[in-house]
Design a binder for this molecule. Structure first.
Ligand SMILES: Cc1cc2nc3c(=O)[nH]c(=O)nc-3n(C[C@H](O)[C@H](O)[C@H](O)COP(=O)(O)OP(=O)(O)OC[C@H]3O[C@@H](n4cnc5c(N)ncnc54)[C@H](O)[C@@H]3O)c2cc1C
Length: 460
């Protein structure tokens, strides 16, 4: 007769990829992602190698009435997977490109940069974002504001099909014809909800080159750069993607000596039009005497070098809002909070929206709220827990001050970290779309198995 009263660990199923529990080798690595501000404490991690593993993980969760959470790279967590079955998809990294149909099909663990390189071999490009290291599936599920998006729209607008394992453990092929409700909902609201997307098929675009790069400017030039940018962006063509970063560069190895420890602005450009026109378009900024200037012809496969974002895992806390306009008053207010003399404990970035991002998708999806001209993103890496509250107060003051120019919406994909609220998530959608999402979510996931990722946003 057993004498112990502790609950026995349920027998774990046999899978191709490893399955680990707390205290076992590999658990730390399997639960950890890029953004360390969210720490997952799952009861078990399935590092799935194939679709069968995903089905097994979801059925295991259902048998034991456990919630399911998903992680590819950990660039965008918004809630800890505590007490959950965590499905780590990093091993599902196959990519197939079909140049005849201009499509790519890729697995749940594929990173954006690998997709860019696979497509480039065929003279094609996905609508990837700025960072090669982010997961391509989740990037598309959250909308996907890409370097080419002013010209082509949200990445989610160009998803053709998905294979999805839902809470009942079934593998469904989801297209506009088959499962139209789920197809609509996943594209814009599918991060960690409705099921696990095991494979995605997207349109590719015949883009092989860019006139692009970046320019750094000194602290003294910041105001002139931002005012020039606000006037310039108002007439920039849709083939021009751009953004501007304001930050105090860290004084560390790896940052070029001439930029280290200084407050800088960094303007980024990605233009698909002719080199001559590209040169003409960036001229107003060249005239402001940048400290660095990498704007030139480049193969599209080098697009990740434009923002050149760091890849070392950090605990990052951030906040964003969408602005309707960036007029003179908005620029001055932004400078007073985040300019060179403000001593802000965070970086800010403005990404130019509009163009095709403001138009409805030809294949409607859950992201039909498309107002606004700029995404104002702000945040910082945090080394100590006592920095978090002051950082959030400062971020709150910035976004409150910028609210007169805001739409009330957010850039969904840039919401990450433990402080994301249901209210922020809801503001990404139109109220009618939220009601439809809730209905579909109840039908597809009656047990609310995918409840970890802010299921309250959908009233669950
Ligand atoms: C440095 C940096 C640059 C970025 N640049 C851009 C940009 O230019 N444009 C843009 O739009 N976004 C950008 N993002 C945001 C990024 O696209 C999102 O955070 C995205 O969700 C990250 O996906 P991931 O798989 O890398 O992260 P993860 O943290 O692994 O996943 C994020 C969420 O997606 C869900 N998820 C992951 N895989 C699946 C799946 N297979 N099925 C269902 N749900 C899943 C999970 O629930 C998880 O909560 C950037 C983020 C960072 C950190």
């Amino acid at each position: 007769m057993p004498t112990s009263t502790s609950t026995p660990t349920p027998t774990l199923p046999v899978t191709t990829g490893p399955v680990v529990q707390p205290g076992e080798d590999g658990y730390e690595a399997a639960r950890r992602g890029y953004n360390l501000s969210v720490v997952h404490h799952p009861v078990v991690v399935f590092s799935v190698a194939d679709v069968e593993d995903v089905v097994t993980a979801v059925r295991y969760a259902a048998e034991h009435a456990l919630p399911v959470a998903v992680q590819a790279t950990g660039h965008g967590p918004t809630a800890p997977a505590d007490g959950a079955v965590l499905v780590n998809t990093a091993r599902m990294n196959t990519i197939e490109v079909d140049p005849a149909t201009r499509t790519a099909r890729f697995g749940a663990g594929v990173r954006s940069g690998d997709l860019v390189h696979a497509a480039a071999e065929h003279g094609l490009a996905p609508l990837n974002g700025s960072a090669p290291a982010v997961g391509a599936v989740s990037y598309h599920l959250g909308g996907g504001i890409g370097m080419l998006s002013r010209q082509f729209g949200y990445a989610a607008d160009h998803v053709r099909a998905m294979d999805v394992v839902t809470a009942d453990g079934q593998l469904r092929h989801v297209t506009a014809q088959q499962e139209p409700d789920l197809f609509w909902a996943l594209r814009g609201a599918g991060k960690g909800r409705f099921g696990i997307v095991v494979a995605m098929e997207i349109d590719l675009h015949p883009v092989t080159r860019l006139h692009g790069g970046g320019m750094h400017f000194s602290a003294e030039t910041t105001a002139e750069v931002l005012h020039t940018y606000s006037a310039w962006a108002a007439t920039a063509p849709e083939q021009m993607g751009s953004s501007v970063l304001l930050m105090h560069m860290p004084d560390v190895d790896g940052v070029p000596a001439e930029l280290r420890g200084r407050f800088l602005s960094h303007l980024r450009f990605a233009y698909t039009g002719s080199p001559d026109e590209g040169e003409r378009l960036v001229r107003p900024f060249r005239d402001l005497a940048p400290l660095t200037d990498t704007v030139a012809e480049m193969p599209y496969s080098d697009v990740g070098t434009i923002h050149n974002e760091p890849t070392t895992p950090v605990a990052f806390h951030a906040r964003n809002s969408i602005l309707d306009t960036l007029n003179t008053d908005a620029v001055d207010t932004l400078l007073s909070h985040a300019g060179p003399d403000a001593g802000a404990p965070y970086l800010v970035e403005l990404r130019h929206l509009g163009g095709a991002l403001a138009r409805p998708s030809t294949m409607p999806n859950a992201l039909s709220r498309r107002d606004g001209q700029f995404c104002l993103y702000s945040g910082s890496a945090v080394a100590n827990a006592d920095e978090i509250a002051p950082l959030h107060s400062a971020l709150g003051r910035l976004h409150y001050a910028m609210a007169p120019w805001g739409t009330g919406g957010v850039c969904l994909n840039f919401l990450a970290g433990p402080d994301v609220t249901d209210e922020q998530l809801r503001s990404a959608y139109l109220p009618t779309d939220l009601a439809r999402l809730t209905r579909i979510n109840r039908e597809i996931d009656p047990t609310n198995t995918f409840r970890i990722n802010h299921s309250r946003t959908l009233g669950r």
